[in-house]
Design a protein around this ligand. Sequence first.
Ligand SMILES: Cc1cc2nc3c(=O)[nH]c(=O)nc-3n(C[C@H](O)[C@H](O)[C@H](O)COP(=O)(O)OP(=O)(O)OC[C@H]3O[C@@H](n4cnc5c(N)ncnc54)[C@H](O)[C@@H]3O)c2cc1C
Ligand SMILES: *[C@@H]1O[C@H](CO)[C@@H](O)[C@H](O)[C@H]1NC(C)=O
Ligand SMILES: *[C@@H]1O[C@H](CO)[C@@H](O)[C@H](O)[C@H]1NC(C)=O
Ligand SMILES: CC(=O)N[C@H]1CO[C@H](CO)[C@@H](O)[C@@H]1O
Length: 396
Amino acid sequence: MSPARVGVIGAGIVGPVLSIFLKQKGYDPILYERLDAPSDAGLGIALQSNGTAVLAKIPGLLDAIGGQILNNIYFYSVLPEDTGLLGASEHPRRLREATGHPLMAVRRPLMHARIIDFARQLGVPIEFGHNLEALEQNDDGVTVTFANGVKETFSFVVGCDGLHSKTRACLFGDMPAEYTGVTYCGGISPTPDLWECKKDPADLYGNGAYMIAIPMGDNITLWAVVQREPEAKEQWRAIDAAGVEEFKKNSPFVGWPYGAGELVKNSTKIVKYGIYDRPELKAWHQGRVLLVGDAAHPTSPHTAQGANQAYEDIDLLMELLKKHNPSAELPSTPMLEAVFTELERTRIPRTSDLVRKARAQGEMRTVVGVEACMRRNAAIRDMCSDPEKIRARFGA
Ligand SMILES: Cc1cc2nc3c(=O)[nH]c(=O)nc-3n(C[C@H](O)[C@H](O)[C@H](O)COP(=O)(O)OP(=O)(O)OC[C@H]3O[C@@H](n4cnc5c(N)ncnc54)[C@H](O)[C@@H]3O)c2cc1C
Ligand SMILES: *[C@@H]1O[C@H](CO)[C@@H](O)[C@H](O)[C@H]1NC(C)=O
Ligand SMILES: *[C@@H]1O[C@H](CO)[C@@H](O)[C@H](O)[C@H]1NC(C)=O
Ligand SMILES: CC(=O)N[C@H]1CO[C@H](CO)[C@@H](O)[C@@H]1O
């Protein structure tokens, strides 16, 4: 009997990993990507121990991805009325020691290219230039139509096609994503000598603005600032040269202490994007089609859980497929529905909670007014002495 063909839609940072797992378990995955090549857009991804625990199940993958292991995190206030170190936490190191899985900072374009290469080497076919346009399903399978006219039939389909998922739109209708009220703007710079924590990330809190700075190895540091602003389109592309000069001249961050200003001034490329999420979906599947990752639960990035939650989704999906379909035979619709329903029961409450926590972090980071900022600083000092509260900063 030929193995079950699975259509995986979207070769972001989740689709290729899911395809590898499916291949290893005896399915026949085929990965489809709208773009003509892997995108080199974006800055960095924080892989938390939850995510690295899943990636570690694919021998050699984490080594291929590379990245900088992070141990501690420092919290600074740059408020003129209350400047200084608010506290520090060893949460990432403790979690690594407890679970064996580290927190790692990786450059997204590198990670993306390496995951795709890794999947290819393991024999996963990847079809670029295939933009899913429509799906149709019956009791035996799903037929997908791509914009280039190609039609393919699969046993089941998993949508890994991100925030603007067309797979989701086909199942549940097209609902616009919600702007969360804040923008991110960031770049990658040489690590300044002034920077006190050369191998550790730092949160810097100001009045109505926030910066995170994360060392990425090789003496470079990723920085990103969060600000409350009118709606800005979410896209991960660099702003133009004039925009970069304007930002370096006029943004308040240039004057920030602790090396923050130097990070901004020495950035050659600056990427700006609005932050969007979506209201909770009540279901992630219909019949033989499932959504995972940002297609199912896009989140603002303030707890850096987006990719990690997607990896938790596919970890549980593989576990449930093994339980309900141990010999990876052609699954019936009721069998798939049982797997997908069980997945939703565990995953929807957890991801919805994290989407809310990430939004709350975004609010806290952009609090306006000296008094409100002083209260926020007091809360951070308090958090640093309470491991339970620190967990909320990381979402897990
Ligand atoms: C270009 C880009 C840059 C990013 N940069 C960062 C960053 O710097 N930091 C950060 O924390 N997060 C970043 N993110 C978000 C982060 O990667 C995701 O939130 C998360 O990891 C979830 O991954 P995903 O695979 O579910 O979705 P994504 O990583 O968004 O991948 C979705 C993929 O599906 C493809 N696709 C979309 N529609 C279709 C279709 N109709 N047919 C076929 N394929 C389709 C997209 O082109 C994309 O490759 C970025 C996302 C993108 C797309
Ligand atoms: C940042 O730029 C300044 C001015 O060009 C330079 O003197 C400094 O060495 C740079 N910092 C780093 C860490 O490269
Ligand atoms: C990083 O900086 C140190 C000294 O500050 C230097 O010895 C090392 O070679 C640098 N590494 C890279 C990759 O530039
Ligand atoms: C795959 C994995 O490691 N999942 C863990 C993520 O973190 C939660 C706690 O927040 C654990 O319960 C999961 O087992």
